[in-house]
Ligand binder design. Structure first.
Ligand code: ARG
Ligand code: ZN
Ligand code: CA
Length: 387
């Protein structure tokens, strides 16, 4: 099967989540080429070098009805970490870009006040995405809205889809990782599932009990031979011995713990190796620009996070999480495990040196501060102002 057919079948991923009838293709989100004044050379080498890790820049567009309703920044960091936890086995990792479409500094988050934050995807997909959209060939766009109709928590459009703008739409209550997120969709796995669609995966119950033998499993249903067929979605946390299709022996149990099913977040735990292979091949082909070395450079993947972005700075999953929040003359920092903090004033004088996992500094005099945070021997620097 060619990738062209997957891209053509893009509507299908969408249909699975019940939206096909509503496809219409008006959103014009410019490609990076159209920002060519950046002078970026996006040609990628023909001899394909296969890196272990595929790096994907992800931008969060927060759409809220009022300014009191912004998603907490620490939940964006937590969501990126959750993605990196769940995609680690696939060798796919996500990062917040340091530079936007036109090379402007960014924290990888945009904010828009709009009544479209109450999102009726049955006819407003294009309008929502035209509010804000970064070139989908260079960024994975995630729009976060306050509410969605018909109890939808997320939906996706596959990369390369020409019928609309690729990316993910999520309701804000499922974004993050446990802290502040509402069970049972509280492990950040709605984003994991939806990004699986963006990277060409279907639900394992696609088509019901089809692809029942070695000849058909790669061309019917989800087109994945190591996810046994499943007659319909499962919800909650079903037993791992659930078996709804009796395929050619060996008749295996349903893939109830798969990220591409509908079970609760705590009960979905994996992509299969053929799903991983399919996503990686799809990214090499259709996502070539997105994961390219040039794009990583242009997005500043290796650069330390920008001052002012500390609140969304997301460490790799192997490091403990670290959050910082500033309110007026107080600053609050919290880490999963003990870190060391050195705080300097604008003249470089040390104000504080402390170890711990929670720091609350109040009544800071007006001025510029530099914080040096050491997380497992890895120093992070950032500046902040108290005004
Ligand atoms: N129903 C949505 C979809 O089909 C997402 C389901 C995600 N499930 C979860 N446990 N977070 O795309
Ligand atoms: Zn789905
Ligand atoms: Ca079976």
């Amino acid at each position: 099967m060619s990738w062209r057919s997957i891209v053509r079948g893009a509507g299908r991923v969408f249909a699975l989540i019940g939206l096909l009838e509503f496809l219409s293709a008006q959103v014009r989100c410019p490609t990076t080429k159209e920002f060519s004044h950046i002078g970026m050379d996006r040609a990628f080498p023909s001899a394909r070098f296969i890196p272990d890790t595929l790096w994907v820049p992800v931008v969060f567009h927060l759409i809220a009805q009022d300014s009191g309703g912004w998603l907490e920044e620490r939940r964006i960091a937590a969501q990126v970490r959750a993605l990196n936890r769940d995609f680690a086995a696939a060798g796919i990792q996500f990062y917040l870009p340091r530079y936007g479409p036109q090379g402007q500094p960014t924290c990888g988050v945009t904010r828009h006040l709009s009544p479209l934050a109450v999102h009726d995807w049955t006819f407003q997909e294009d309008t929502l995405k035209s509010l804000v959209c970064w070139p989908p060939d260079s960024f994975l766009n995630i729009w976060v809205v306050d509410e969605m109709v018909l109890s939808t928590i997320g939906y996706a459009r596959v990369l390369g889809d020409s019928e609309g703008t690729p990316g993910v739409v999520l309701i804000k209550s499922v974004v993050g990782d446990k802290v502040g997120v509402q069970p049972p969709f509280d492990w950040g796995r709605t984003a994991v599932h939806e990004i699986g669609h963006v990277f060409s995966l279907y639900h394992p119950f696609e088509g019901g009990c089809v692809g029942m033998n070695a000849q058909t499993c790669a061309i019917e249903g989800d087109e994945i031979c190591d996810t046994p067929p499943q007659s319909q979605p499962h919800y909650g946390c079903p037993p791992l011995t659930t078996n709804t299709c009796h395929e050619a022996p060996p008749d295996l149990f349903d893939p109830v713990d798969n990220f591409m099913g509908y079970v609760d977040d705590e009960c979905m735990t994996r992509f299969t190796s053929l799903q991983i292979q399919r996503m990686r091949e799809f990214l090499f082909q259709v996502g070539a620009v997105l994961i390219s070395e040039e794009n990583q450079q242009a997005r500043g993947r290796n650069e330390p996070f920008l001052s002012g972005c500390a609140a969304v700075a997301s460490l790799s999953y192997s490091l403990p999480s670290f959050h910082i929040r500033q309110a007026g003359h107080s600053i609050f920092m919290e880490a999963e495990e003990s870190i060391s903090l050195i705080l300097l004033d604008a003249m470089g004088r040390m104000i504080l040196k402390k170890e711990g996992n929670q720091f609350f500094l109040s009544n800071l005099p007006v001025g510029l501060y530099i914080a040096v945070v050491e997380v497992r021997g890895k120093p992070l620097f950032f500046r902040f102002f108290v005004i």
